[in-house]
Ligand binder design. Structure first.
Ligand code: GDP
Length: 138
């Protein structure tokens, strides 16, 4: 089933100049880039995006980091996009990520881990709608 998922090149990867390299890996893995833009999040906007983690101990660190500089949110499309992007990203902690995964290649810590990818259909729908209007997704 052709499916859409949502991804972000996070502020650490943008700062290090890894955006184009990450996009190249994503395209090499067969994803179609449906929409992408460069923007910065306010702390409140980052908190809204990560509301499911509000009770976690790292919530303040996470939302401060995600609002610390420009990001590239994007919508990606392919067969099994959600699961396949999670595979391509690798484990949350880059120290545990497999060779060839984006986090192994581009991330430096469990917090500053280069990329985001939706983990299920309902979260993908919420996350795409949080960042993109219908007219940006043709
Ligand atoms: P993901 O689905 O692999 O991105 O991981 P989670 O949904 O568990 O966590 C969301 C994001 O919160 C991760 O991608 C990290 O950026 C951040 N995060 C997770 N665990 C930690 C942690 O222990 N410390 C910090 N600072 N950030 C974390």
């Amino acid at each position: 089933m052709v499916q859409r998922t949502f991804s972000i090149v996070k502020p650490d990867a943008v700062r290090k100049g890894f955006t184009a390299a990450i996009l190249a890996e994503v395209e090499k893995a067969g994803f179609k880039l449906v929409s992408i833009k460069r923007m910065s999040l306010s702390k409140a906007q980052a908190e809204g995006f990560y509301y499911v983690h509000a009770e976690r101990g790292f919530f303040d660190e996470l939302t401060t980091f995600m609002s610390s500089g420009p990001i590239f949110p994007m919508v990606l499309e392919k067969e099994n996009a959600i699961a396949d992007l999670r595979k391509l990203m690798g484990a949350t902690d880059p120290a545990k990520a497999e060779e060839g995964t984006l986090r192994k290649m581009f991330a430096s810590s469990i917090g500053e881990n280069a990329v985001h990818g939706s983990d299920a259909e309902d979260t993908a729908a919420f996350e795409i709608g949080y960042f993109f209007a219908g007219l940006e997704l043709k």
